[in-house]
Ligand binder design. Structure first.
Ligand code: SOE
Length: 385
């Protein structure tokens, strides 16, 4: 695994729990953890039982005892590491968004396609697909239970940047992160819309905004001077992105991704309205899916609150008895287990790098639309044509 921060933690516990709860045909051996800061990597290695520490990702990829490379680094390094690993014949799990640009994502999808011809597998980490209630939503759409999709309403709301003095971390640097709320969290809801509906986004009209354009550099919080890495820096990504979309089946989508939704910590909301019913999900109540069946007599119809913890629901049989519920981390265990299973069975897992590329194309279209402003019509005296 390359990277040891938040995603490194989430993935590490995923690999460990996959082994115990899913009993995969291929048992993961945590061979080596890599990262520039040897102390931080070693600390993670100790906590989760990684066997070795490598400070150069190239050395990690070259190890003959490494069969799979898990990339948990910022987006600016994904393409280089993933392509090198695939060309070295190693399976790859890569965090989202797949890359920082469409060109990189395309090169990665190409490398994945070439590698797959030799049995080398790749997957992109859109983990929320593996929340049981979301997986159930997809099953219901596939079974035709909501009919033709008319609307997708998707939001990913966080608030960790509301404070203008919150530090300027790598997530706020275009060169490292590619984009801001759009790529970091908007990518998740774009992928969920694709996954749940089975359709793709064919076009967008977007606005983006950066509310706070300058922030203290991380060193400032540690009392460093401007010369030594303190001071203030410019935010080069969006804080929020809002867009409307058309779906390949003729429906309409509205999307919102923001780090300025004061009071919302990790609210992923998805509602799909179809000709025969609707589905609604909110990650803040992640074990629940609201299901509306329009064929039920009007006197009794409405949204049913389905608690998605039955052993017959996706993934749940591997965990606790009905009603005990799963959390954020379980989706990472499901991800690890499904990748191991795909490798063992010799099939290509999902979401593929091609799925990651499809999301990247939407991200790029949103940025192009927002920058051009061509669909933007100001209100006021001149707006009556
Ligand atoms: C930060 O905004 C972040 O950690 C994202 O990078 C993750 O993808 C998201 O799931 C939670 O928030």
């Amino acid at each position: 695994m390359v990277g040891y921060a938040f995603m490194g933690l989430a993935h590490s516990q995923g690999w460990r729990n996959a082994r115990s709860f899913f009993e995969p045909a291929l048992v993961p051996d945590l061979v080596a953890i890599g990262g520039r800061d040897a102390r931080a990597a070693a600390d993670m290695g100790r906590r989760f039982g990684w066997g070795h520490v490598e400070t150069d990702w190239r050395a990690l990829v070259a190890r003959p005892d490494v069969d799979l490379v898990d990339i948990c680094t910022p987006g600016d390094t994904h393409a280089e590491i993933a392509i090198a690993a695939l060309e070295a014949g190693k399976h790859v799990l890569c965090e989202k968004p797949l890359a920082n640009t469409v060109a990189e994502a395309r090169a990665m999808a190409e490398a994945a396609r070439r590698a797959a011809a030799h049995g080398v597998r790749s997957m992109v980490g859109f983990t929320y697909r593996r929340v049981p209630a979301i997986a159930l939503a997809r099953q219901l759409v596939q079974q035709g239970r909501i009919g033709q999709v008319r609307h997708v309403r998707a939001q990913y709301l966080q608030d960790w940047l509301v404070d203008p003095e919150a530090p300027l971390t790598w997530r706020l640097e275009k060169e490292r992160a590619g984009s801001g709320a759009l790529g970091d969290i908007g990518a998740h809801v774009i992928d969920l819309a694709h996954f749940v509906t089975g359709e793709s986004i064919t076009g967008v009209s977007a606005v983006t905004e950066t509310f706070v354009r300058e922030r203290p550099l991380p060193g400032a919080a540690r009392g460093l001077s401007a010369e030594a890495g303190g001071g203030r820096g410019r935010v080069t990504v969006d804080d929020a992105a809002v867009f409307v979309a058309r779906l390949s089946g003729g429906g309409l989508g509205t999307f919102e991704a923001t780090r300025f939704a004061t009071g919302r910590k990790n609210a992923i909301r998805l509602e799909v309205n179809g000709s025969a019913g609707s589905l609604a999900f909110d990650f803040e109540d992640m074990n629940v899916l609201h299901v509306h069946d329009a064929s039920v007599d009007a006197r009794e119809s409405g949204f049913t609150r389905v608690v998605v913890t039955e052993p017959t629901h996706p993934y749940v049989e591997h965990w606790w008895p009905a009603g005990h519920g799963l959390g954020y981390e379980h989706a990472f265990t499901h991800q690890a287990a499904e990748l191991l299973d795909a490798i063992a069975r010799g099939v290509d897992p999902e979401p593929s790098f091609a799925d990651g590329l499809a999301v990247q194309e939407v991200l790029a279209a949103v940025e192009t639309s927002a920058a051009s402003g061509s669909c933007w019509t100001p209100t006021g005296p001149s707006s009556d044509g």
